[in-house]
Design a protein around this ligand. Sequence first.
Ligand code: SF4
Length: 237
Amino acid sequence: MSSRKGGAAKSPRSGRFTAAKARRESKRARQRRTEEILGRLQEEYPESRCALHHRDPLELLVATILSAQCTDKRVNLVTPTLFERYPTAAHYAEADLGELEEMVRTTGFYRNKARSLQGLGQALVATHDGQVPDSMEELQRLPGVGRKTANVVLGNAFGIDEGIVVDTHVGRLSRRLALSDEKGAEAVERDLMALVPRSHWTLWAHLLIDHGRKVCKARKPACQVCVLADLCPAAEV
Ligand code: SF4
């Protein structure tokens, strides 16, 4: 990926990129600015990857369901024992609900999550021979699996760049960087898919999540130390 070579619309790191400039920006210029952002974040976070520990598509699907309203760190504390106790879809399908609830209790909303995991296991056994399918359509037909979860699994367990995960960090940063002015996750995703090179759709989400956690925080973005400050109309510098 030669994201740094194309550069931003105008000489990067020279002068402010204001909200007025963002409003006048052409689609091509916005694509180039996006590639510049991508390149800089890749340099900043060379180890960026999915934070949920997993060894196969089922483990990632389960971890993603558990990560709703919960930190990845907390999920990673719960999953080693869970994955050992329930190694296949059939194990979730036949699980004792009370025991499953107990095992996922600390991730919050544990009753719903346990039911989702059991329903997921049953659907996988009934329709996919216990295997996790590798298409957006089939994944979204599974109970409790929306587009975001399907994107996580396709991108990180199957290496398929089918869409872009838009969580709270990706949404916030995309709006601050004037890459989207949409509020809904799927609308933000559509805007990003038109700007980010497809081969980097999965990585893009990891990079924005890392930057959102470390620098561009929700309440107090650290614009003074942000490598994107000259490309960001929301920069407070
Ligand atoms: S930290 Fe500031 S400059 Fe950096 S992306 Fe966030 S709002 Fe923009």
